[in-house]
Design a protein around this ligand. Structure first.
Ligand SMILES: C[S@@+](CC[C@H](N)C(=O)[O-])C[C@H]1O[C@@H](n2cnc3c(N)ncnc32)[C@H](O)[C@@H]1O
Length: 529
């Protein structure tokens, strides 16, 4: 399983970024790596901040107590010992675990630091797999730089906490999200979440597009007796594509890659894609980097019962401070992965048949697949033929459609990516990722104001925001559904209000439950539209 760059070249992710000439992208990659590298330091520093605030609280409490004992007068010292400790104080009611000098507190801090280091170790393995400097490499470089400065008696500033180029809270929260997604996709704890969403998608794929013994699309469908099945579709485009290659499934916004991997494990060729580097670094590692290579011929075999893949204990909830039942729950460890992701690495089936392919694209969905749009098609017939073969038989979206700043653009692209008879399988809510920043967008007030409205004020206030926030429209499911049918899809299955969680902490006092929509739509043949 390899990551492909948008141009189709196969490169490890790290190298892909290092060879990029685009300085903006390089800077972004640098910021992402910095967040990975500084994860434990950031969390430990944050925890030190809590300790500092508790010390302040205790000091204030002592001052107040002293004032009370002195009868409210700091200057006169009365000896009214009788009143001392009569009432509970802030200091006296704080649990020992929060008293900075207590052994329980020391023990807690030790546990907290160990948990953050456990996460850092996992993140370092991801960086190492992508040939990027780990947190330890960075520390070593810093120490070296510092000792060189001392050796030459240089006046150059040695790196100190104030000169280090720190990552941001926003970047660290993205790494925390990656850890939660790893739990969703690659742990036993995530099984319940996955089974609601992924199992339903895979079940629909296998019902509407089952594979025959040769790995092609089964022509004698058993799941349905009518024309709802892609196998019964007899259009030229579908049958040409069907007979020439194994069925291809796209999984856009594939996150940590489990859904794509599961579909591949059922025998379909799969192309996952995602635009988040935070996610891509981790998914590359989970899909490719967790295997333990079997020993060369003649050398000792892996002992019976021993694991043949690496597993990690991570603490995904360490960054949570709200709705936490106990410190232990916050620091609890989850083991990942729950299966050997590399066990499916197949290049060719033994009997010489083509094996399904698995690839991952790094990039923004609309950009990655824009070549399918008619306006971008070459006039050259051969190329068009190639493009037709490249088309997909199904597109599986899990919690993806609502990532669109412009849903109509997503839907038209999906439509053109599919062969006729191809399936759009969607499960998710309408959480619209690009909305909710300001009630008025530039232009909203312009129509009623002759002076150009308050666009520029809005833009000044929100200039840190991606442009996509400025064009996002939130559609209802009814409107989405309408657009899907108007594109040229027939909705063959639909269920609403299916409760589903997303990277939810089962032990938290707050759990977000979405009432999702599940839908299977089939692209109609042009003669039927
Ligand atoms: C809510 S997550 C869902 C992840 C996964 N499908 C799942 O169900 O766990 C959405 C994913 O889509 C990716 N994404 C969002 N917008 C995207 C875009 N325009 N192009 C490519 N990927 C995108 C995000 O990086 C993220 O990994």
């Amino acid at each position: 399983m390899e990551e492909e760059d948008a141009g189709g070249g196969r490169l490890p992710l790290g190298a892909q970024q290092q060879t990029s000439n685009d300085t903006e992208e390089e800077e972004h990659f640098h910021q992402v790596c910095k967040a990975y590298q500084q994860y434990a330091t950031f969390h430990q520093t944050k925890q030190q901040g809590v300790t500092r605030r508790i010390c302040q609280l205790i000091n204030t409490s002592r001052e107040q107590e002293e004032m009370l004992n002195n009868g409210g007068d700091n200057s006169t010292s009365t000896n009214n010992e009788d009143t001392q400790h009569q009432y509970p104080t802030i200091e006296s009611i704080l649990p020992p675990s929060l008293h900075p000098q207590s052994s329980t507190n020391q023990q807690y801090i030790k546990q907290y630091n160990e948990s953050s280091i456990r996460n850092q170790y996992y993140l370092d393995c991801i960086l190492q797999y992508s040939n990027v400097a780990t947190s330890q490499d960075v520390l070593r470089q810093r120490k070296q730089a510092s000792s060189q400065c001392h050796e030459v008696g240089s006046n150059t500033l040695t790196p100190t906490a104030s000169t280090i180029d720190w990552t941001t809270e926003d970047q660290i929260s993205k790494i925390d999200s990656v850890l939660k997604c790893v739990v969703r996709d690659w742990s036993l704890d995530g099984k319940e979440e996955r089974s609601v969403v992924y199992d339903r998608i895979i079940d629909a794929l296998e019902r509407y597009m089952p594979l025959n013994a040769d790995g092609g699309i089964d022509e004698k469908m058993t799941c349905c007796n009518d024309d709802k099945c892609i196998s019964n579709n007899t259009t030229d485009e579908a049958s040409e594509s069907k007979h020439q290659s194994l069925p291809r499934v796209a999984v856009p916004g594939s996150g940590l890659g489990r859904l794509a991997w599961e579909i591949y494990s059922r025998g379909y060729s799969v192309q996952g894609s995602d635009f988040s580097l935070h996610m891509l670094l981790a998914s590359d590692f989970m899909l490719n980097g967790c295997g333990i290579p079997s020993p060369p011929e003649g050398e000792e075999k892996i002992e019976e019962g021993r694991r043949s893949f690496k597993q990690f204990g991570i603490c995904p909830w360490i960054g949570e401070t709200k709705n936490v039942m106990s410190f232990e729950e916050r620091l609890r460890t989850v083991v990942v992965p729950d299966v050997d992701p590399t066990s499916l690495l197949v290049t060719e089936e033994e009997d010489g048949r083509d094996a399904p392919e698995f690839s991952m694209l790094a990039g923004e969905f609309l950009q990655l697949y824009s070549h399918f749009l008619p306006e971008n098609q070459s006039k050259d017939n051969d190329e068009q033929h190639l493009k037709a073969q490249d088309k997909f038989h199904a597109i599986a979206c899990s919690f993806f459609l609502d990532t669109a700043p412009s849903l109509p653009h997503y839907l038209l692209t999906i439509y053109h990516m599919l062969v006729e008879g191809g399936l759009l399988i969607n499960f998710g809510p309408l959480m619209y990722h690009w909305s909710g920043h300001g009630s008025l967008l530039p232009g909203d007030t312009d129509a009623s104001q002759s002076n150009g409205g308050n666009s520029s004020a809005y833009q000044r206030r929100n200039k840190h925001l991606d442009d996509r926030y400025l064009s996002s429209i939130d559609y209802t499911w009814e409107e989405v559904r309408y657009m899907i049918t108007q594109c040229g899809f027939e909705i063959v299955e639909e269920e609403t209000y299916i409760p589903a969680k997303y990277t939810s902490d089962n032990k938290s006092m707050m759990k977000v439950m979405y009432d999702c929509v599940f839908m299977v739509a089939r692209k109609k043949s042009r003669s039927n539209t």
